[in-house]
Design a protein around this ligand. Structure first.
Ligand SMILES: [Zn+2]
Ligand SMILES: [Zn+2]
Length: 364
């Protein structure tokens, strides 16, 4: 190729680079972000990325070299290629050790991510993809308040009044800030392990209003933000860490057993058949850890809570219990009922998290 043409090309790329770089959304260091490992149970070998309508995304690798710009019409495929990944768009292929996908004009935009024939989901934020343990590891990076809204929308029981949603929002924000570090490559995963299985709430929804009206508020215990646990339905009273067979450090929030009027009046009952071995284990160690182990064997929904008794009928073992979830902290069913009878979110949080206070952190 003639030198003049080479120089011309170089100048052209330089100009394109200078024009595009300022448009790239560089994460704001003052904003709290949450990193969520998605599709973790699928060990993806192929991912299809689609920008949502109207949004442009730029793909870079960790060397910072701009590779590709994806417009809404483009479907972009990311394949596992040995220890690296291959990005395919419009018939062109490029290999890299990782890829970061950022919207061109803002900090967060919607995009769709698909594993062909397995799962499809819409996310909001930016996306990092690495190769880990012979599969692609997609991590969605969301602003904290977006993440809180996603969890509140997903967790809210139908018909929960706004004050109940606000209590859920404050508990969730606290959990997301203080509960980080469950994984090495990201903060939370989207399996039942972390239960971060969410899509984005519609703007103007009650969930979003609850998040906006409690912006930055967290639950604090001994001057530290509490990784506030919550469950769907407590069975009549909430449980302590000790009751669930968990370690209680001196400075850790012990959780308290408080009466939950809604569940006490009409607990959610369930019963489950167990093998002799499962029954023996649970009778000897009635802990949350053992419950989750047995629940996993039975499939997740099948040992809903730790509040049960086991009896045998003609050689068959049956667990008869109440409630759904570990029963520690806020009871979502009880919180909805408290809100419906006129309590505000502060009263609800005070009830389910005794000896804590609410404090406001700076979010941008
Ligand atoms: Zn996890
Ligand atoms: Zn309850």
């Amino acid at each position: 190729m003639p030198t003049r043409l080479l120089i011309k090309r170089f100048v052209l790329w330089l100009v394109i680079g200078i024009c595009i770089l300022p448009l790239l959304a560089i994460p704001d260091s003052n904003v709290e972000y949450v990193h969520i490992g998605v599709f973790v149970l699928f060990h993806p070998q192929i991912l299809i990325f689609h920008p949502a309508t109207g949004h442009q995304f730029v793909f870079t690798d960790s060397t910072g070299k701009i590779k590709l710009t994806a417009v809404p019409e483009d479907g972009l495929e990311i394949q596992l290629a040995g220890e690296r990944l291959r990005v395919i768009m419009n018939g062109t292929q490029q290999e890299a050790s990782d890829v970061q996908i950022r919207p061109v004009n803002s900090k967060e935009e919607d995009f769709d991510l698909t594993i062909p024939n397995k799962i499809h989901r819409r996310f909001q934020g930016t996306l990092d993809i690495k190769v880990e343990q012979n599969s692609l590891s997609p991590v969605v990076v969301m602003e904290l308040e977006t993440a809180v809204a996603s969890v509140v929308a997903a967790e809210a029981q139908p018909g929960t009044p706004i004050e109940g949603l606000k209590a859920q929002a404050v508990a969730t924000r606290s959990y997301l800030i203080a509960g980080k570090g469950r994984h090495t490559s990201f903060d939370f995963c989207d399996s039942t392990h972390c239960q971060f299985l969410r899509s984005i709430p519609a703007s103007g929804s009650k969930a979003q209003r609850a998040v906006q009206e409690t912006r930055g508020q967290v639950i604090v215990y001994k001057d530290v933000t509490l990784a506030a646990m919550f469950s769907a339905s407590c069975g009549g009273r909430t449980r302590t860490l000790l009751e669930n067979g968990m370690k209680v450090d001196e400075n850790a929030y012990p959780y308290y057993s408080v009466i939950c009027k809604r569940c006490q009046r009409s607990p959610e009952h369930w019963n489950v058949r167990l093998s002799k071995q499962q029954a023996d284990v649970l009778m000897e160690h009635p802990t949350e850890k053992e419950r989750l182990k047995v629940a996993h064997e039975l499939s997740w929904s099948n040992l809903p809570s730790n509040d049960f008794k086991i009896h045998s009928e003609n050689g068959t073992f049956i667990a008869v219990g109440k409630g759904h979830g570990h029963g520690m902290g806020l009871c979502q069913r009880g919180a909805a009922a408290m809100a419906a009878s006129g309590n505000d979110y502060r009263m609800i949080l005070e009830h389910y998290y005794p000896n804590t206070s609410i404090s406001t952190i700076q979010v941008h």
